[in-house]
Design a protein around this ligand. Structure first.
Ligand code: SF4
Length: 95
């Protein structure tokens, strides 16, 4: 990807990133980026209690999953995945 494409991608993502009041991941970025199974389970459990889950999950569903990594909107997107689909085990119920 060249620099112009990268800048365009970042602008597009920033423009479409929703405000997520009350986001429980706000001060736990390391936990949400972790690939350790215990951390993945803990981050998904936080998403399930997050007041921003619906809005966050809707946003995640609107993004090409190749650009997602870690836990987002109650789902875990492995950073080492070949298939960009989120893991089935990492799905939180949608509200
Ligand atoms: S649903 Fe999860 S990833 Fe989304 S804002 Fe809440 S805690 Fe963060």
């Amino acid at each position: 990807m060249n620099a112009d494409n990268l800048i365009g991608l970042l602008h597009g993502l920033a423009r479409h990133t929703p405000e997520l009041p009350g986001a429980l991941c706000r001060n736990n970025i390391g936990l949400f980026d972790s690939e350790r199974p215990a951390d993945v389970a803990a981050s998904i459990a936080l998403c399930e209690r997050c007041p921003a889950l619906r809005r966050c999950a809707d946003w995640a569903d609107s993004v090409d999953p190749r650009y997602l990594g870690g836990t987002v909107g109650g789902r875990h997107y492995p950073s080492t995945r070949r298939n960009p689909a989120p893991s089935a085990a990492g799905r939180a119920p949608r509200r």
